[in-house]
Design a protein around this ligand. Structure first.
Ligand SMILES: Cc1cc2nc3c(=O)[nH]c(=O)nc-3n(C[C@H](O)[C@H](O)[C@H](O)COP(=O)(O)OP(=O)(O)OC[C@H]3O[C@@H](n4cnc5c(N)ncnc54)[C@H](O)[C@@H]3O)c2cc1C
Length: 456
């Protein structure tokens, strides 16, 4: 029982807030990005610094509370929050510090990626991240990190130089190549299994303005575009990044009215090198796009391009896989399912994970699909809870058709709660090493609200 006598000392030891179900702030504080998730924690500790995080970890351990760690709250399965436990909410630990000479950025554990893009852009720098700027740094960076710069700069995990973290026993450590090298290896893909990361040190790259945006075609060209794309992209220079998508044109500016609500296929490009027009000229010639919004654009604008379409609170159902090759049969199945998008927000993306990401050694990080070419994600999305079954069914059917054509596992950050077999299929050979490190740093599986690795 957590009575007032137990809670009062914890509350007064925190600089941040301790929110309980009786507080007016509770209903808002327990919400996460995916409106399909509805969990009711017993306590939410909104930490403001490392001392608060240590306090929260120790309190939860002493009182045997289930713990979840929340950064941006974007996780598909809602793994930033838990039922009946303590949420360690990092959203107040939000600072950035750019070192332009060292080309690094120090980032508080509760930042969102827009904070990082904003801070680094002033120095003509960027860190490879995801494609929506409201996503939390914590979850994305610890699970992998796929986005517009993957082919040029690698995954986000390939750009983590060090982290500060609070372990399950309340100790504070730095993990880097020189300190706790085993932990440094594990956190670059092993997710939130090993402790609470209170700050990240990232390597940044000289990137300021991209040649980027969507190129869209009518659905009757989908098979041709996908067949062209599967040949073109793997052979293209690392500075050419483009993810294939089935999508619906949003009903508003800047899109021309005659395309509003039209289902289409497309590639969202992000080119960072010299002469990008030349690289994209062949596709413009062979398949003149119905809509071509590709041009010079500041990097933070590319990073936040999709933010207005996907505000918090929509219903999301995710399915994902890694892909080695896109066969003719896979194209047929993509066209069959992708042309049946059930709602305006639903979509399918094929994100490239080759280029620089594929040249990192297979055992250098836990990411075990360095040989895969794409990370596929199928997401049924809609604002209306009544459409939950429709979007879920569509995503599952699409996945069931394509899964036999996949590499087996999926990117952990594109998965809902799908069970241990799926987590093992994702980490493959890395799973055992992760489990041994988990046993060293978290033998009681204190951090288990995540894509869980069991201590071994
Ligand atoms: C709209 C949308 C777009 C996305 N686009 C991309 C994309 O382009 N590329 C991509 O790679 N992913 C993308 N994702 C997936 C994203 O990487 C995951 O949802 C990720 O979990 C989000 O991180 P978060 O911090 O916001 O999540 P939260 O829900 O806050 O946390 C999720 C989990 O991460 C762990 N965690 C978070 N912060 C910490 C921390 N500081 N210390 C320890 N553990 C922590 C915890 O285990 C927690 O359970 C997208 C997700 C959404 C919803």
């Amino acid at each position: 029982m957590l009575d007032q006598n137990t809670l009062a000392p914890f509350k007064s030891a925190l600089r941040g807030e301790l929110i309980t179900p009786e507080d007016p702030a509770y209903e808002e504080a327990r919400k996460v990005y995916n409106g399909m998730i509805n969990k009711r924690p017993r306590l939410i500790a909104r930490c403001t610094d490392v001392a608060d995080v240590i306090e929260a970890v120790n309190f939860a351990r002493q009182h045997k509370l289930l713990v979840s760690v929340r950064s941006g709250g974007h996780n598909a399965g809602g793994l930033g929050i838990c039922d009946d436990g303590l949420v360690i909410d990092l959203s107040r630990i939000r600072y950035t510090h750019v070192d332009p000479e060292a080309m690094t950025v120090r980032v508080g554990g509760g930042c969102v990626w827009g904070d990082v893009d904003h801070a680094t852009h002033a120095f003509g720098l960027a860190v490879p991240t995801g494609i929506i700027s409201t996503t939390g740094v914590g979850g994305l960076a610890l699970g992998g990190g796929i986005g517009h710069l993957t082919r040029k700069c690698g995954l986000t995990i390939d750009n983590i130089l060090a982290v500060d973290m609070v372990l399950a026993d309340g100790r504070f450590v730095t993990a880097s190549e020189r300190h706790h090298a085993d932990l440094y290896w594990a956190i670059r893909g092993g997710g939130g299994n090993f402790g609470v990361v209170t700050s990240f040190l990232f390597k940044a790259h000289p990137i300021h303005t991209d040649y980027a945006g969507p190129m869209l075609w009518d659905l009757d060209r989908a098979a041709d575009i996908l067949a062209w794309y599967r040949e073109f992209l793997p052979k293209a220079h690392d500075e050419i990044n483009g993810f294939f998508a089935f999508l619906t044109v949003p009903p508003g500016p800047p899109f021309p009215e005659h395309l509003h609500n039209k289902k289409m296929c497309g590639v969202v490009w992000c080119c960072t090198g010299a002469a990008p027009e030349e690289a994209l000229a062949p596709v413009r010639k062979a398949f003149p796009p119905t809509l071509d919004f590709v041009g010079p654009i500041p990097h933070p604008a590319v990073q936040s391009m999709f933010d207005p379409i996907y505000p918090p609170g929509l219903q999301w159902y995710w399915k994902a896989d890694f892909i080695n090759e896109i066969s003719d049969e896979a194209i047929r199945l993509h066209v069959k399912n992708g042309t049946k998008l059930p709602t305006m927000h639903s979509t399918m993306h094929l994100y490239p994970v080759d280029g620089a990401a594929s040249r990192v050694g297979k055992s250098d990080t836990p990411w075990s699909y360095r040989d895969a070419k794409w990370a596929e994600v199928i997401v049924g999305v809609d604002p209306d809870p009544a459409k939950k079954d429709t979007i879920t069914r569509w995503a599952r059917d699409y996945f069931d058709d394509l899964h036999p054509h996949s590499a087996g596992g999926a990117y952990v950050n594109f998965m809902m709660e799908e069970g241990e077999d799926r987590v093992r299929a994702t980490y493959r050979d890395s799973y055992h090493r992760l489990a041994v490190i988990k046993a060293r740093y978290d033998p009681d599986n204190f951090f288990r609200v995540n894509q869980n690795i069991r201590p071994h």
